[in-house]
Design a protein around this ligand. Structure first.
Ligand code: ZN
Length: 269
């Protein structure tokens, strides 16, 4: 499942390729699951729309659209587990599990492909911002206020999309490791200094992952079926039983809020 850094990279890659282009016509497939808005609504909003900008909001890709008939509408794409947005030349073979094809004025096509159909396509009037705060731009005061008000384990608070949107399991574990905080600590018991460290660590791991992904995006959006995923080096996530990179204590795996959670019992307090 693509996490925030992957979605950010994909959205930036799409923005570079298709911002300024126009959607001439749209084909929507007959499978109902990917269609959060109806096929008719999607076609009505997309056809004839100018793509002003493509950006990430939480784990969604948002196309900001403008046109004569619909000013300031948005096309919102959630990739789910296996969804991909491809920018393809029209002669490129259409893959199985293609649920939408948007023909662009430039001659290229935007294609949404999703074998497992957990992805979602939606159109709406502008203003989509998701339920929570944006983890890359929230300031430390607001971050501290949100977490100070939560009695949940801090790991669960990081994953709570109503607090922050887009933080997933990997980056939550990695941020807690770097901030030396145990995942089961109640969020409201963190000191000011710990909240500052966690805020900084979270933004740092997300930025590092985005930077690491910059070179793989062309594979991701262009190639047929080729995965362009990338990773920062994990220090906690997925390292159960392996020595902590700081102190050599074996990394522990527990379950917090239903999610596998990895931490160093010595470094994280
Ligand atoms: Zn350690």
């Amino acid at each position: 499942m693509p996490e925030l850094p992957e979605v950010e990279t994909i959205a930036n890659g799409l923005n570079k390729r298709v911002a300024g282009d126009r959607i001439d016509s749209v084909w929507v497939g007959s499978k109902p699951e990917p269609l959060k808005s109806s096929a008719a609504e999607i076609s009505a909003v997309l056809e004839g729309a100018d793509i002003k900008m493509v950006r990430r909001v939480g784990k969604h890709i948002v196309f900001d659209l403008g046109s004569n008939k619909n000013s300031d509408s948005q096309w919102i794409v959630h990739l789910g587990m296996t969804g991909k947005m491809l920018v393809a030349a029209p002669e490129t073979e259409t893959l199985k599990h293609t649920h939408l094809v948007a023909k662009l004025a430039s001659g290229r096509e935007l294609r949404f492909v999703d074998p497992r159909r957990f992805g979602r396509l939606e159109v709406r009037q502008a203003g989509f911002s998701g339920p929570g705060a944006e983890p890359l731009s929230i300031d430390v005061a607001e971050f501290s206020r949100l977490f100070h008000a939560s009695k949940a384990p801090v790991k669960a608070a990081l994953l709570n999309q109503k607090l922050l949107h887009g933080v997933g399991n990997i980056y939550a574990d990695e941020a807690l490791f770097r901030a030396h905080i145990r995942p089961r600590r109640r969020a409201n018991t963190l000191t000011k200094s710990e909240l500052r460290k966690l805020h900084a660590a979270l933004q740092k791991v997300l930025h590092a992952a985005i930077a690491a992904g910059g070179s793989s995006i062309s594979d991701y959006v262009d190639a047929d079926g080729e995965e362009g995923f990338f990773q920062i080096q994990h220090r906690a996530y997925g390292r159960e039983g392996k020595p902590c990179l700081t102190c050599k204590t074996p990394i522990k795996k527990i379950v917090v809020g239903g999610r596998g959670t990895h931490y160093c019992p010595k470094c994280q307090k």
